[in-house]
Design a protein around this ligand. Sequence first.
Ligand code: ZN
Ligand code: ZN
Length: 381
Amino acid sequence: MTESSSSFRNFAARLLDYEGVLVERVEPEGLELLAPAPVAHVLQIPELARLGFGMELPSNAERVGLESDWLERFGHLLGERGQAARVTLPVALPQLTNPERVVEHTVNFQNAVYRIVGVTPKWTRYLVMLFRVTAFSDEKRDSVVKLGFNLANSSPLDAIADQLLSAAIEIAAVTDAAVSAPASLPPDWTPAQLKSRAARALPERIEAHLAPFLKGMQRRLDRDLRRVHDYFNDLREESLLRLRKRLAVAEIETARERPRLEAITREYEAKVADLRHKYALRVDVTWSQTLEIVMPVQRVEILIRRRKGERRITLDWNPLARKLDVPPCEHSYTQSPARLVCDDRLHLTSPAAHAPCAGCDKAFCRACHPLQCPKCRREEG
Ligand SMILES: [Zn+2]
Ligand SMILES: [Zn+2]
């Protein structure tokens, strides 16, 4: 039994009990429910249902996990109460015994040096947002994509978001009284900041999330294309064969077969266009929930040096995940770890966000110049 699935089961049991559902634990790692009709309706389950939270399911159970849309279904049960929540996690904060090694392990600056200035215990605010992603093509697929940031330094939380969510769910389930956080916390982002960062960070996460679905779709498309191709190829060969036979006989017959051949080609092209249309992908993304998690961290201050420039940044070490923040790419907020430091303002970017311009080949920092190349003014796509 994993820690996260068992804490999710506890959370679900308490929430459902609170909503008037008769809940009984069944093994392995499941719940049996007798739900009032309105609750069953919101959760999209029968009034008598079984849910499974682990790898192994009880018989006739529906699987519930952080990867499925169940977080959202529970969110609907909470209604407005569940759309934006704040949880304080007063977890114990160990000392960082070897910050140099921790930083070395995470930080990968390709063109700059750094040194650690200090380590201080602090509190931070994490935002974990859930987005509902619906992909339509020949099939429809619904799922939930998570995106999280540390508000202190905009580091993306991909590596620790699941652990934070599980802990928040667990602790929210056992402590009803709100725990007070210290007064000194990172400030809110403006809606515009949040929107632009989420808009840049989301496509990469959604693509990665949809990759298996796209692969399956590509396989089905290839199979259908092959079938259509084989069918029309047979027709064409028959027609060509007739044409060749008749060539010897009479020119007049040839003139009759040629339009037929052209028609086959046209029909084939139309069929292929139909298939492309059938498999064309549309993806709808809607925000569904935001959870704010407030908790203590060890804040590591780092001095970055690039040529004559210097810049201080902070990275937080999270005691639950026992991981240090990945330095954010200040343009794309990508998950990939390599960073370049720009000459002018010492921005941190991924190599892709410091790539050569497609027009004039000069490399430039997209955090400094998000809209166009500073040299040839070519607009960024
Ligand atoms: Zn250029
Ligand atoms: Zn820059």
